[in-house]
Ligand binder design. Structure first.
Ligand code: 5GP
Length: 191
């Protein structure tokens, strides 16, 4: 029998690389995977629920948890907005006999890997090019010129870290990228 003892699956990518679609695909396919709900200080969007999409915390609550060392990792992902993986969330999922899936930014992913080097698999989703990523962000229509440039610059910086991760999948075609991710995760869960 395979042991899923304290395994962690990390999925990371620059914004707009298709990380969320690939994560959903994997979660749908492997029932042993359980989404790790992060804590954040950003406001909930209208369709988001506390404890389901995120644990929405005030700045004070978040900082208190930093002091108490309750996070496996935390980052200020966007200006003034904190995001972090609670150790209690990993324990909750392991307690269910499942494998947590962390959909987190590149720096956070590096920290989790350092802290939990055993039984952790990290997948970096790479956009086919920075130009393509820019086109995708423009067509998504969520950015103004400044935030678009900030995301594109951040993406170029983050792509520089890709070799730090266990596997890199270039998302030039979502279907192919999902298939590659499935076979990588299948191997990881078997190990
Ligand atoms: P959003 O605000 O759009 O939900 O997420 C913004 C970014 O924060 C995404 O790239 C997401 O992967 C990242 N993120 C979400 N949760 C965490 C976390 O717990 N830690 C870190 N480091 N990044 C996170």
């Amino acid at each position: 029998m395979n042991s899923h003892h304290q395994k962690i699956l990390i999925i990371t990518a620059p914004s707009g690389a298709g990380k969320t679609s690939i994560t959903h695909h994997l979660m749908h396919h492997f029932s042993i995977l359980s989404f790790s709900v992060s804590a954040t200080t950003r406001n909930a969007r209208c369709n988001e629920k506390d404890g389901v999409d995120y644990y929405f915390l005030s700045d004070e609550e978040f900082k208190k948890k930093i002091q108490l060392k309750e996070f496996a990792e935390w980052e200020m992902v966007y200006e003034g907005k904190y995001y972090g993986t609670l150790k209690s969330e990993l324990k909750r999922i392991w307690g269910l006999g499942k494998v947590p899936v962390l959909d987190i930014d590149v720096k956070g992913a590096l920290h989790v890997q350092q802290q939990y080097p055993e039984n952790t698999m990290s997948l970096f989703i790479e956009p086919p090019s920075v130009e393509e990523l820019k086109k995708r962000l423009i067509s998504r229509g969520t950015e103004n010129e400044d935030s678009l440039n900030a995301r594109v610059n951040k993406a170029s910086y983050e792509i520089g870290f890709k070799d730090h991760f266990d596997k890199v999948i270039v998302n030039d075609n979502l279907e192919n990228a999902c298939m590659k991710a499935l076979s990588i995760v299948e191997e990881f869960l078997k190990s």
